[in-house]
Unconditional design. Structure first.
Length: 242
């Protein structure tokens, strides 16, 4: 998480306005949308798949614990690693922003910290979900980092290509129509960005129809945090582990 600390160091050097933790989230959240998915997936993709491939999960389930206990314990332990690192890095970056000439805006910074932690939970949940539905480490690795590649590396290119295609066909002028913006904006990093802009960064806001606003984004954010893991557990709970 040294990248987050680096952002806290260079933000006061690059900003032309007041140096404050209220504006720091708008500077760093793009870094986090790249960093957190890789870290979250790296920590979790092998969590259950490795146990399934080695057969050790059957030994764990022979003890007085259910599949739910195993999954929940694994998810919480891996999440604690990612969240602990994120909290330490974000708080450290905030201290670098404030010292020696910056200003601490406590409430926006605490809100940003909570949203950053939730984003970490989203990606540990996605990684654990991938691990739950993968029978081998190899499948989990390919599926997990394929998902990261899709959302982090190529998603923006897909959105740009879609906008160009619609413009060339005469179906859009100067950007994506609202419903398609909503679909493109379902990507977790974009949801995170809309929530940060809407609730934390002063003067940022979120433009567009009601379904593009920060409150809808907040609901989507909560869905990303619990939905994939819940669906993957339902499949895992009914699967044969032999």
């Amino acid at each position: 998480m040294s990248v987050v600390l680096l952002a806290g160091y260079i933000y006061p050097l690059l900003t032309s306005g007041p140096v404050t933790t209220a504006h720091f989230p708008g500077f760093v959240h793009g870094w986090l949308t790249t960093l957190v998915p890789f870290v979250g997936m790296l920590v979790t993709y092998n969590a259950i798949a490795g146990q399934r491939e080695s057969g050790s999960i059957r030994l764990s389930l022979s003890l007085p614990q259910s599949r739910r206990d195993v999954v929940l314990g694994t998810f919480l332990s891996r999440t604690a690693v990612v969240v602990g690192a994120l909290v330490a890095a974000t708080v450290g970056a905030g201290a670098l922003v404030v010292y020696p000439l910056g200003e601490l805006a406590l409430l926006p910074f605490v809100e940003f910290l909570a949203l950053t932690v939730t984003f970490g939970v989203v990606w540990t949940g996605l990684g654990t979900a991938v691990s739950l539905v993968s029978a081998t480490r190899r499948r989990a690795l390919i599926s997990g980092f394929g998902l990261v590649f899709l959302f982090v590396v190529v998603w923006d290119a897909i959105a740009d290509a879609l906008a160009l295609g619609l413009a060339a066909a005469g179906l859009a002028d100067g950007g994506l129509p609202g419903p398609i913006r909503f679909l493109v904006g379902l990507e977790p990093g974009r949801v995170f960005g809309r929530v940060v802009d809407g609730f934390v960064t002063p003067g940022a806001g979120v433009e567009g129809s009601w379904y593009l606003n920060e409150w809808v984004a907040l609901v989507l954010f909560a869905c990303w945090a619990v939905g994939p893991l819940g669906l993957a557990f339902l499949r895992f709970d009914g699967s044969d582990l032999s």
